[in-house]
Design a protein around this ligand. Sequence first.
Ligand code: ZN
Length: 67
Amino acid sequence: MPDYIDKSVEQQELMLAVQLANAKVKTPRLTPKEACYNCDEPLVHEPGRLFCDKDCADDFEKYPREA
Ligand SMILES: [Zn+2]
């Protein structure tokens, strides 16, 4: 196997690690908007929450949206 393939995989993993780190920093700065940041489900009964559940929070961390 040519070693340029190994290098490109390494680089992709590094970029992914950076993206994950960014997501972890961004998430705590969100302010509640009375709707889920991941799926936009209204959170009228729990206006202080950012997400409807842990799955939405995890998805949002994996695929952060630009504001
Ligand atoms: Zn949600």
